[in-house]
Design a binder for this molecule. Sequence first.
Ligand SMILES: Cc1cc2nc3c(=O)[nH]c(=O)nc-3n(C[C@H](O)[C@H](O)[C@H](O)COP(=O)(O)O)c2cc1C
Length: 151
Amino acid sequence: MPKVLIVYWSKYGNTKQVAEAIAKGINETKKAEVVVKNVKDTKPEEVLNYDALIIGSPNHGGGPVGEIKNFLKKLEKINLKEKSAAVFDTHARDDIKTVQKMEKQIREKLPGLKLVAPGLAAQVKGLLKGPLVEGELAKAEEFGKNISQKI
Ligand SMILES: Cc1cc2nc3c(=O)[nH]c(=O)nc-3n(C[C@H](O)[C@H](O)[C@H](O)COP(=O)(O)O)c2cc1C
């Protein structure tokens, strides 16, 4: 069975919740194994042990947090070959900006990662802490199911 690594960073817990909902969706298909990890506990080389990487960040100032950008940057030094990838964000108001930036970084700098689905942008209520808007976790589960069909 293919193995999927979901890496996230989260300040208030919403991005973690989205990561876990994506994992739930993947698990329900029984087509892939999935591990969810905080980026701070993840070494870039660990990606080599998986067939797919799903990476997520909150929108801070219109883009991903430094920890996620740096993790992707460090992957440039690793010889990743033909792995599937997808991204997700949480945001208060800026829609898909963060998703687009992570996708751009992957397309331009990480040729070994192939984006297999359009990124998921999940909205939180209010300006900072959330909670997530109703329905966003269900969308995240669907996103996970969809990706597990594509790897
Ligand atoms: C320092 C900071 C900057 C932020 N900047 C933006 C922003 O530019 N656009 C936006 O839509 N949300 C912005 N937000 C809201 C975050 O996207 C929101 O707090 C996040 O989705 C919550 O995820 P978390 O619970 O995983 O930390 C910002 C939040 C923080 C703490």
